[in-house]
Design a binder for this molecule. Structure first.
Ligand code: BDR
Ligand code: CA
Length: 304
């Protein structure tokens, strides 16, 4: 089993990413950590707790992390995720209790006390991972691989920048320069991970709580993407960062050097991708959409 820490800002697609990991027999979630992003930190943490309840992750610590980016003011995405960060399904008061310790302390402890090196899957702004790099570089070096959803050769939050990188570009700059082995699922690949009508119908038929929750998430997500971006089918970004760890053969990759723009007047948060001479970042550029949804469907069937 691959031991993982899930660092997220749930977020519709973050929750689906968590379900994909939780329902797969090859993944062992050691902690869920939250960050400000799609909504403020109180809401992303509440949403993570609700998702953990729904996935039956009773024993997995859920820890709250950074409430704002390193330098900038917080950026949220209510136009996509609603005011709650998770509009659509009913959000009950969670039974799962949040950890008392800060997310970065929990990450540090998991990394230092595990026998095996840990994979970190980051599907929100990279604030917590950057803080970990600064606080305890030795712990950060125990990250076997960091799989991120972020960046790409085009933007969705500005013409140049993808939301997760834009929301904390200074953090992303620290992380990309850290030397941690990184796999990146940017918009180029996540915009192939579209939820078709038939996939949504297939999920609706699965008689588990997690599947019903996912159906309600996708229903809202589809309408939000149509309104905000005029896309008929929504790209379901974050589970790509989990699938790439579970089944790399579903993807094709390019090696690249990636720099993050933090000074540009119109390009703040852009990932500047150089593939001319290879580089340390593995960028996923193509995905087998059918098999990707097959993985998600199977996990949803395995969950409560
Ligand atoms: C990313 O931004 C968020 O709104 C989604 O959860 C995803 O992580 C896509 O740009
Ligand atoms: Ca996210």
């Amino acid at each position: 089993k691959t031991p993982v820490i899930m660092d997220m800002d749930p977020g519709h697609d973050d929750v689906i990413a968590l379900f994909l990991a939780a329902g797969h027999p090859d993944m062992d979630i050691r902690a869920v950590t939250t960050v400000s992003g799609n909504a403020d930190i109180g809401k992303t943490t509440r949403n993570a707790l609700v998702a953990a309840d729904t996935a039956g992750l009773d024993k997995v610590p859920v820890a709250e992390g950074a409430g704002r980016p390193l330098v900038r003011m917080p950026e949220h995405a209510p136009s996509i995720h609603g005011e709650s960060g998770l509009d659509g399904p009913a959000l009950p008061v969670p039974a799962h209790m949040v950890e008392e310790r800060h997310a970065v302390d929990v990450m540090e402890e998991v990394l230092l006390h595990s026998e095996e090196d840990i994979t970190v899957i980051a599907t929100g702004p990279l604030t917590n991972v950057a803080l970990l790099c600064r606080k305890n570089p030795k712990a950060a070096r125990r990250i076997r691989r960091l799989s991120i959803m972020g960046g790409g050769t085009f933007g969705n939050w500005t013409p140049a920048a993808e939301f997760n990188i834009y929301a904390d570009a200074e953090a992303a700059e620290i992380v990309f320069a850290s030397g941690i082995p990184i796999t990146m699922c940017g918009l180029d690949v996540t915009h192939q991970a579209l939820a078709s009508e038939s996939v949504v119908e297939r999920i609706k038929e699965i008689p588990t709580m997690a599947a019903q929750f996912t159906y309600e998430l996708l229903d809202h997500f589809q309408r939000a993407y149509e309104e905000r971006f005029h896309l008929a089918l929504p790209p379901v970004h974050d589970p790509c960062a989990v699938a790439v760890c579970l089944a790399p053969s579903l993807f094709t990759f390019e090696s690249a050097d990636v720099k993050v723009e933090t000074a540009g007047k119109h390009t703040y948060g852009e990932t500047v991708i150089d593939t001319t001479a290879g580089g340390p970042v593995q960028i996923a550029v193509d995905i087998d959409n059918d098999k990707f949804w097959g993985l998600i469907v199977q996990s949803l069937k395995n969950l409560p």
